[in-house]
Design a protein around this ligand. Structure first.
Ligand SMILES: [Zn+2]
Length: 350
């Protein structure tokens, strides 16, 4: 039977059934993502995050992936929200907003208790997105607003984020001090100067070919290079390294991240001093990108990279270049879990 043959009542009734079915299937998808996340399956396949797996392997849009992953985390924390989602009282967008709000609260030292979270989640039911935004803003007006990046043209983006009054005053002070070399600098120009300066320093410290800095204008580049030379020692400190020696950490934890939670099961404190020269060679060989590979697919992450010993020092491995790989923190942790064996892996999965 074609839709044209349905009465309007039948059409409405069927549509409502489909919407309900869509929510049920989405909840099922979220359940599967939870299991994939717990198995660290995305790491095995060469993705540096669950988000990358959902967008690239499953083909969901960035927004759809973000809403499902944030809702997944909320449902893990507050299982009753799954029921609220399935019966239609809590939208996926609002579930994701709640989770982002709880994460921001924790980050800025005003973490919600589980009872507070339950109460707030209940209040978000049957609210539109803007009503939910307003409710969350009233609850914690001091929290920074979510950051937004919008593509305006192939060469232009618009960034939107909130900053503290203290940072704003620092920016004003910087603008004053740069009055001669960069008169009437706009915020975008100041940001370009600071980012270029920091990129130049970091790329030089890590032994990488300049990439991020090379497209900036000549004056900014010149200032950045001058700063870079003057601050060689502080470079290393900014990277969390001793200027003379770099350290590799295995098993560093981050409470917000499931993968890092796994690292809690690892022996913390395996710290190995690596000469900076060797570390630079590893970074240069890897072109500043995670070297984890699975079936020919190499991880694309350039975030939180660490030098990993393929054969651990504790098991007789060496500091030779051939025994070192640059890995994102997630794949470094994942490799450590693999080396430690299934017993550690299963204790993590509980
Ligand atoms: Zn990686």
């Amino acid at each position: 039977m074609t839709l044209k043959a349905l009465t309007s009542d039948q059409l409405l009734s069927e549509t409502k059934i489909i919407v309900s079915e869509e929510r049920r299937i989405t909840a099922k998808l979220i359940e599967h993502l939870t299991e994939i996340n717990q198995r660290l399956l995305f790491l095995r396949l060469g993705y540096s995050s669950l988000f990358e797996f959902v967008t690239k392997e499953l083909g969901l849009s960035e927004g759809a992936a973000q809403r499902r992953i944030q809702s997944m985390r909320l449902m893990q924390d507050l299982p009753e929200t799954r029921q609220a989602y399935e019966n239609g009282s809590l939208s996926l967008s609002n579930a994701a907003k709640l989770q982002s709000h709880f994460q921001a609260s924790k980050k800025f030292g005003v973490a919600k208790t589980i009872e507070e979270k339950k109460e707030i989640a209940k209040s978000a039911e049957n609210k539109s997105q803007s009503e939910c935004d307003q409710m969350l803003f009233k609850l914690s007006p001091e929290l920074p607003r979510p950051e937004k990046a919008k593509i305006l043209s192939p060469t232009l983006r618009e960034l939107k984020f909130s900053i503290s009054e203290e940072l704003f005053k620092k920016i004003e002070r910087l603008r004053e001090l740069l009055g001669h070399s960069h008169p009437n600098a706009t915020l975008a120009e100041l940001m370009e100067l600071l980012v270029t300066s920091h990129l130049t320093k970091l790329e030089k410290t890590k032994g990488l070919q300049p990439q991020g800095a090379q497209k900036c204008n000549a004056n900014t580049q010149k200032s950045a290079e001058k700063n870079s030379d003057q601050n060689a020692d502080s470079n290393s400190r900014e990277m969390g390294e001793n200027p003379k020696m770099a350290h590799v950490e295995v098993g560093k934890t981050d409470k917000n991240n499931l993968v890092h939670t796994a690292a809690k099961t690892l022996p913390v404190g395996i710290r190995v001093a690596l000469p900076v020269q060797i570390k630079r060679q590893v970074w240069s060989r890897a072109d500043g990108r995670c070297e984890y590979e699975y079936q020919g697919r190499r991880c694309t992450s350039r975030y939180q990279l660490e030098v990993d010993h393929v054969h651990p020092l504790a098991l007789g491995g060496s500091n030779e270049l051939s025994n070192l790989k640059l890995k994102c923190r997630h794949h470094n942790t994942f490799s450590a879990i693999q080396v430690l064996g299934a017993a550690k892996m299963s204790s993590f999965r509980k």
